[in-house]
Design a protein around this ligand. Structure first.
Ligand code: GFB
Length: 321
């Protein structure tokens, strides 16, 4: 990539895509092509081909996706498999057809087996059954990374993939039925503080272990790989910092500064018992995260929460794509 390269960031209004755009602009890449999902529905193959034919992007960050937390995945699997397979298939094939120089596909740590040894290495892919609550999403993401490999082998396309751990950051989703745990708990403790409530409900048992990465750190990894990595093996991208959901709730309670009692709602699913990536391959290439979990959550709560939360606080339900 050079400063004049034409770069398409698919999904630039989402949390990941917008972080990639901010980082590209900071690094002096300004020839960006951006389309909202209203302007270009990537599930529509004809429209996607037409866009690539007209714009001829040289580099593509494929961050457009249907995403959501454990409950959204569990209850709306059809949308997660359909939207993701359609979007990624159309973009990857259009990138081949219209001669894109390089494409980065964004997957997810849920591609690995539910009971994979921890931390999870890239080679554990497809060595056991998926976590059932997010199987449709996981299957779609596995199809995406395998498609990049197949296109590289058959057509010589320089398509690479990154598998991020659970993300949070500016532009997150604060709809309680759609969101991931971290924004959900920020909202719950914040509202408890405003309403002087004595209790906050946390889903599941509190015992699952998760790893969280600030989305700005993921964006820097994506751009780093676009510049420096050209192999078929997908790479894991995590912070290496693991925490139980119960301890996360306590940390968020401390950052929001409202001493409510934590109540566990075990009618909601726990999802995967443990999900920690082994990111040593990516780190060996020279990338490392900038934010600790405490710093990252404090940044989000102090600098971004108010604006992002305002979009959701008056709505009952919201779809991100
Ligand atoms: O972040 P989360 O929704 O996604 O949930 P996953 C993580 C854990 O937090 C689960 C618990 O054990 C939840 O039960 N949790 C506690 C909560 N309170 C809450 C709450 O108020 N809201 C939410 N959402 N969770 C998703 C996958 O899994 O993560 C996707 O379904 C994807 O496919 C994504 O991989 C990164 O980590 O369980």
């Amino acid at each position: 990539m050079n400063p004049n390269s034409k770069i398409y960031v698919a999904g630039h209004r989402g949390m990941v895509g917008s972080a990639i755009v901010r980082q590209l602009l900071l690094e002096g890449y300004s020839n960006l092509v951006l389309k909202t999902s209203q302007e270009l529905d990537l599930r529509d193959q004809k429209a996607t081909y037409k866009f690539f034919e007209e714009e001829q992007p040289e580099y593509v960050f494929l961050a457009a996706a249907r995403v959501g937390g454990v409950w959204a995945n569990y209850t709306r699997g059809a949308e997660f498999i359909y939207d993701n397979i359609m979007i990624q298939t159309n973009v990857i094939d259009a990138a081949r057809k219209y001669g894109v120089k390089k494409l980065l596909f964004l997957g997810s740590s849920c591609i690995y087996p539910r009971l994979a040894p921890q931390p999870m290495k890239e080679e554990y892919l497809l060595t056991g059954p998926f976590e059932p609550t997010n199987e449709p999403y996981a299957l779609a993401k596995v199809a995406g990374l395998k498609m990049c490999i197949a296109y590289r082998r058959q057509y010589g396309c320089n398509f690479i993939s990154i598998m991020p751990t659970n993300l949070y950051g500016p532009g997150d989703n604060y709809d309680l039925m759609e969101s991931h745990v971290l924004p959900a708990l920020l909202r719950k403790f914040h509202e408890a503080k405003l309403e002087r409530k004595k209790q906050v409900v946390v889903w599941g048992s509190g015992s699952p272990m998760r790893e969280f990465l600030h989305v700005n750190d993921l964006a820097s990894a994506c751009i780093f790989l676009m510049k420096n990595y050209n192999d078929e093996l997908w790479l894991n991208c995590g912070s290496g910092e693991e925490i139980s959901i119960g301890a996360l709730a306590e940390l968020i309670r401390e950052i929001v500064n409202w001493q409510a009692e934590i109540i566990y709602d075990t009618s909601k699913p726990d999802g995967m018992p443990r999900k920690l990536l082994d990111s040593s391959r990516l780190r060996a290439l020279g990338w490392q995260p900038h934010y600790s979990l405490r710093e990252g959550i404090t940044d989000v709560y102090n600098n971004h929460f108010e604006k992002d939360y305002a979009k959701y606080s008056k709505k009952v339900s919201y779809s991100s794509q």
